[in-house]
Design a binder for this molecule. Structure first.
Ligand code: G4F
Length: 338
């Protein structure tokens, strides 16, 4: 519940009058900023637990006897999964099984509905454009392979035991609460720091990959809608708009009135500061910072560092959420500019 989606979903469910039980993983540096504002809400309860620990899952499911379980717990960073593949398989793959088994063994199948956070990373080396529920999967990272198990074990328990268990195949979803090492926050933070003179340049990985980005608030509404269906099923949640990382950088700089121009290729690609729309800059950032940035026209503000490349990349994601639109009545409310 301490993640971006956990925090937004907890808010949504509390608004709807739910009693919300959130699981928190014990660590020496617990990060709870995203749910701090829910502290003291009498309908919001926190419990220690870990997807890698069956006993804690059984304890929580048996004591809470939930009507709905949203499994948003995961090691969710694709690049990091190449460095921690076994841990990722345990949490993101077997963790799903532990929840399903807990519900089954505790005889809660008639009561408890389960949402599994599946991902567009399952499409990996895409077999079809755009990707929809019937598009074959081709995972390209230890993270995606672990999530593939999570997806199919959810389908299998639904079919084998008639569980109300569903997958949301969510495309990238972002917000101000997104972790700072994911590309959107990395870029928006860097643009702010460059504008304020706190940073000279940002080093990126693959600038050519394309992502279908939505807003996390829209996506937690979809999770909720999926569990309110009479019949469990799997749904793609996406905007249908795809953007390169390069264009995302341009758009982020444009927000503060700065135009950047890309030059060069591959590891030698850079972006230079080309022009400042001073009116926009003053409005968005402040006059005090303008002189400093003016002096930087012609400077490189974006570079490439191969340490951010992935051994295998997912080049293109663009989702077709027609099923969610028609069956759930789901529409994204935010657009890229919001
Ligand atoms: O923001 P990202 O790290 O997200 P990614 O890998 O697409 O995964 C996220 O979305 C998935 C849904 O499809 C989730 F399942 C997953 O848990 C996670 O939330 O990277 C987006 C793209 C990639 O192609 C990456 O190679 O941006 C590219 N990129 C380029 N430079 C970078 C960077 N990514 C990061 N994190 N940092 C860079 O410097």
């Amino acid at each position: 519940v301490t993640g971006q989606d956990g925090s937004y979903l907890a808010e949504l469910l509390l608004e709807k009058g739910y009693e919300v039980h959130g699981m928190v993983r014990r660590s020496s540096t617990e990060k709870r900023e995203r749910i701090e504002h829910l502290n003291g809400n009498e309908h919001f309860h926190l419990h220690y637990g870990d997807l890698a620990d069956s006993m804690s899952i059984v304890r929580l499911v048996s004591t809470i006897r939930p009507d709905e379980i949203y499994n948003l717990a995961a090691m969710s960073h694709v690049k990091v999964s190449f460095d921690t593949p076994e841990y990722t398989a345990n949490a993101d793959g077997l963790g799903v099984l532990r929840i399903l088994e807990a519900v089954r063994l505790l005889n809660l199948i008639p009561k408890t509905r389960i949402y599994q956070a599946s991902t567009s990373e399952l499409y990996g080396l895409v077999q079809e454009v755009p990707q929809k529920e019937t598009t074959p999967f081709y995972p390209r990272s230890p993270y995606a392979v672990a999530k593939l198990y999570g997806y199919w074990i959810t389908v299998n328990y639904r079919e084998a035991y008639k569980m109300h268990a569903s997958n949301g195949i969510l495309f990238n979803h972002e917000s101000p609460l997104r972790g700072e090492t994911f590309v959107t926050r990395k870029v928006t933070r860097a643009v702010s720091r460059i504008a304020l003179g706190m940073q000279k340049k940002v080093y990126m990985g693959n600038l050519s990959s394309k992502r279908d980005w939505g807003h996390a608030k829209d996506y937690v509404r979809a999770m909720y809608a999926i569990l309110q269906q009479d019949e469990p099923s799997d749904f793609v949640i996406a905007t249908g708009i795809t953007t390169t990382i390069r264009d995302f950088l341009k758009m982020a700089f444009a927000e503060i009135g700065v135009e950047i121009i890309f030059k060069g290729e591959n590891v030698n690609e850079v972006a230079v500061l080309n022009y400042i729309d001073e009116k926009v800059f003053i409005e968005r950032v402040g006059e005090a910072y303008l002189d400093n940035l003016r002096k930087r026209i012609g400077d490189e503000v974006v570079g490439v560092d191969p340490q951010y490349f992935r051994p295998t990349e997912v080049d293109l994601l663009i989702g077709d959420a027609t099923k969610a639109r028609t069956r759930l009545g789901w529409e994204p409310k935010f657009d890229l500019a919001a």
